[in-house]
Design a protein around this ligand. Structure first.
Ligand code: HEC
Length: 357
């Protein structure tokens, strides 16, 4: 299997690229915070609502001492806001730009100190909230809506599949998932499946940029020719360096009605994160290998496909984004000629749909 091998080769190459970031000076960060930020944000990161300065602000700063708020977005977003001011990510201009006054090092130091204001906690760091891929499962738990459209071009009637997905965080490491799909093939249209599910973060380490998650969905069929399914998976996310991220997942699709309808699926995606600005185009390449349990003539033991794709950050905050891609079969191409995908993602914790553009 050459293609997954290629993906890991790319990952290996990416991981030897040098990471140029020096450790931040927290003592200096604290000093900068107390002099420049505390008047609005409060010395401990919680704005003092009795203070006349805070009372005069039309938009009240959020509470940095709240661990969920402090952890959920990547530090790189805060870096942009501190250096370039609130409007850089569609926030209020009441948040001034400090890039010139503090310099790059000063911004990094005060950023690092701001991230410590929530104390020790068990929320996974938003830096490991990697871009949603087309098929690889995502490890980071996030509050989001996703609308996915998939077009399958094949012999016989082509198929359109629409899926709406809602995900919500529960506590520090859990997430609930609800998905519903509808398909149109030829002149027939019908509801296909509803999938309630969960995610649980088994392991996360912000300094290593690593997260491992266990998840599972139950496939409840909405049409008679579909099986009940159980779909457990394990997902791994890794920030390789400032330029590359890797995500992999292994999933079982188990039919509860006929074991032969089951399969095992392995997927991996590399994204090129060439800028910290969320409103940009990020190319990615994904490989999927699926092993059907039923062997038959002309069915390969492992069915492979490749999915070049790109994440397009639409809002300044990147909390509304589009992911476009195609899936091309490498073998067993009787399955389909090609598939086109479009996902619209809205990270609801980062603002309303129309905020932050
Ligand atoms: C004049 C008051 C003021 C000062 C001084 C100030 N901020 Fe802010 N800051 C704000 C306000 C108001 C917001 C909220 C903007 C919004 O939600 O639209 C904000 C937002 C932020 C955010 C974005 C949080 C998010 O919602 O994602 C960060 C990070 C931040 N400030 C860090 C700092 C740091 C670090 C300093 C000092 C170097 C600082 N601020 C100084 C008023 C201030």
């Amino acid at each position: 299997m050459r293609t997954p091998g290629l993906l890991f080769l790319l990952a290996a190459l990416a991981s030897v690229a040098p990471v140029v970031s020096s450790a931040a000076d927290l003592a200096r960060g604290r000093q900068i915070f107390e002099t420049n930020c505390a008047s609005c944000h409060g010395a401990a990161g919680k704005p003092d609502l009795q203070s006349p300065v805070v009372q005069a602000l039309a938009v009240k700063p959020a509470n940095f001492s709240d661990p969920l708020f402090n952890s959920r977005e990547p530090a790189s977003h805060w870096q942009i806001v501190i250096a370039h001011g609130g409007p850089a990510l569609g926030f209020s201009e009441l948040m001034p730009a400090f890039g010139e006054a503090l310099g790059d090092e000063g911004v990094k130091d005060v950023l690092a100190y701001s991230r410590t204001l929530a104390g020790a906690h068990d929320y996974p760091d938003g830096g490991m909230n990697l871009f949603l891929s087309l098929r690889t499962k995502k490890a980071f738990p996030e509050d989001e809506w996703v609308w996915k459209v998939r077009h399958t071009d094949k012999d016989g009637p082509n198929q359109w599949r629409n899926t709406l997905e809602y995900e919500w965080r529960i506590g520090t490491r859990w997430q609930g998932v609800l998905e519903a799909s509808h398909i149109i093939d030829g002149s027939r249209d019908r509801f296909d499946v509803v999938e309630p599910g969960f995610k649980y973060v088994l392991h996360h380490d912000a300094s290593a940029g690593r997260i491992v998650t266990l998840g599972g969905n139950l496939g409840v069929p909405l049409r008679s020719d579909r099986d009940w399914e159980v779909l457990p998976y394990i997902a791994y996310g890794k920030v390789l360096n400032e330029q590359w991220t890797l995500q992999t997942s292994a999933r079982l699709k188990m039919s509860l009605e006929d074991f032969d309808h089951s399969s095992a699926e392995f997927a991996g995606t590399l994204h090129w994160t060439h800028t910290i600005s969320p409103r940009a185009v990020f190319p990615g390449i994904e490989v999927v290998a699926e092993a059907p349990f039923e062997r038959g003539p002309g069915v390969s033991a492992v069915q492979v496909s490749v999915l070049p794709q790109m994440r397009i950050g639409l809002s300044k905050r990147g909390h509304v984004a589009l992911n476009l891609g195609v899936e091309l079969p490498v073998n067993d191409s009787y399955r389909y000629d090609w598939r086109g995908y479009a996902y619209l993602i809205w990270d609801i914790a980062d603002g309303g749909f129309f905020e932050g553009w």
